[in-house]
Write a protein that binds this ligand. Structure first.
Ligand code: GLN
Length: 430
């Protein structure tokens, strides 16, 4: 069978290809001469599979797409409090290079605009790193997200730093508010090197997939940053990643995203896929024209909007049946899938609406692949209450999906590997 997804991607690329509107970034001379014919799109699945079409192995500079990843590094290196004290999380509704700070605190509004990202660069790695060490920390971190060692484009770096007057102005303003504490020029130099890291659309899709996969790189298996950091980063990408087009993007496309002025664009759809596109011509916001069109198509064709989530809870209770008879009869609540709050509520409702008349009750987790924390606590509370009303409660959990299965406070569960084990009369010899 021909692969379905690359064929689809090639078709959509063909549809947007004739659009030659927009211009490559003019303010960085080395980018102004970019080859505007390039067009590519890649999807990285959470098992490491990559589907792509077009120019997905051409290297270009990461530019602002580095911002969410370096924000993730700073959060995990320095902790939330010290980063949030210096950089806010409010959408600015302004251009990426706006010279503005939050009134009152003097903080940059968010880490996706340059003022925030320059500050965030200074927060990556340990406080006592020298500038080269900080750049190396950033390069190593970005490489871990990509799953391969990345390098920098010295020509793009040199070209940007020569014309970095606006970023220098931002950095000096940050220094005057003590948001930056080191030398302003040195920080802009490091930030500009960070922006000049070379990536391909394939790399970017894998980096986005690492965010979509709760911080674990699907290829290397490395947990690059903690899960809580990823939640923070994706939230900020959703509200601020597309600058002054963020609201429009959030409603139309609905995928946490980040663009870069070299023409890259990424989207990370939590739990599903990392997406990247590459096309150098930009719109007035500095976002890739054809990249935005591609994402609009992907989102509507494939229902990728994050607010459009299927009702996972309905299928959690697979069956409610009895095994055996007489005093050994076992009531089995057979669960399946991933269980969150609403799924656990279905199980609670079932236990309340149809209280089991059998003494022995089993919660069968054989077909469950994940239980989040609230669902775990709700299921254990069902077990505890059943114990208190005189039931013997079994947890059929052959793959130890339920962490620490102790209901506490007078509750008791017996963990077994199969329904048969729970159904065998106590003390019976097989
Ligand atoms: N939006 C971007 O990609 C901007 C990144 C660029 N290096 C800058 O600071 O201006």
């Amino acid at each position: 069978m021909r692969p379905i997804i690359p064929d689809y991607l090639a078709e959509v690329l063909g549809d947007v290809e004739p659009d030659t509107s927009g211009e490559p970034a003019g303010y960085i001379p080395e980018l102004a001469t970019a080859d505007t014919k390039y067009l590519g799109a890649a999807f990285a699945m959470l098992d490491g599979e990559v589907y792509g079409a077009g120019d997905i192995d051409i290297e270009f500079t990461i530019q602002s797409i580095s911002k969410p990843f370096v924000y993730a590094l700073a959060l995990s290196d320095r902790g939330f409090d010290s980063v949030v004290a210096k950089v806010g999380v409010e959408p600015s509704g302004e251009a990426f290079n706006e010279i503005s700070l939050e009134s009152g605190t003097g903080r940059p509004l968010n880490p996706m605009i340059n003022a925030g990202a320059i500050t965030v660069h200074s927060l990556a790695g340990a406080e006592d790193l020298d500038p080269a060490g900080r750049v190396e920390r950033v390069l190593r971190g970005l490489s871990a997200f990509a799953g391969r060692r990345l390098k920098m484009d010295e020509a793009v770096y040199a070209s940007e730093i020569e014309h970095a007057h606006r970023n220098l102005a931002i950095a000096h303003m940050l220094r005057s508010h003590d948001i930056l504490t080191g030398d302003a020029r040195t920080v802009v130099d490091g930030y500009t090197r960070q922006c000049s890291v070379l990536v391909t659309a394939r790399d970017l899709a894998m980096m986005a997939a690492t965010l979509a996969n709760r911080g674990m790189n699907p290829l290397s298996g490395e947990q690059v940053v903690p899960e809580a950091v990823v939640r923070q980063v994706l939230s900020v990408m959703f509200s601020c990643g597309m600058y002054d087009a963020a609201g429009d993007w959030g409603t139309q496309v609905g995928i946490p995203a980040k663009s870069g002025v070299a023409g890259g664009l990424i989207g990370a759809l939590p739990g599903q896929v990392g997406i990247a596109t590459f096309s150098p011509r930009l719109d007035v916001h500095g976002n890739s024209v054809r990249g935005v069109s591609l994402f609009e198509r992907f989102s509507s064709d494939m229902g990728l909007h994050v607010m459009e989530v299927p009702p996972a809870a309905l299928a959690v209770l697979r069956s409610n049946h009895v095994v055996g008879s007489g005093p050994n009869a076992l009531r089995v609540l057979e669960l399946q899938g991933g269980i969150g709050f609403a799924g656990a509520e279905r199980v609670v409702k079932e236990a309340v609406d149809n209280p089991p008349s059998e003494v022995k009750v089993a919660l069968d987790l054989t077909r469950v692949y994940s239980i989040d924390d609230v669902a775990r606590r709700m299921l254990l509370e069902i077990a505890r209450r059943l114990t208190l009303s005189g039931h013997d409660v079994y947890l059929v959990d052959p793959e130890s999906i339920m962490k620490d299965p102790d209901p506490g406070d007078g509750g008791r569960v017996t963990v077994v590997d199969s329904v048969d084990q729970a159904a065998i009369p106590m003390g019976a010899v097989q």
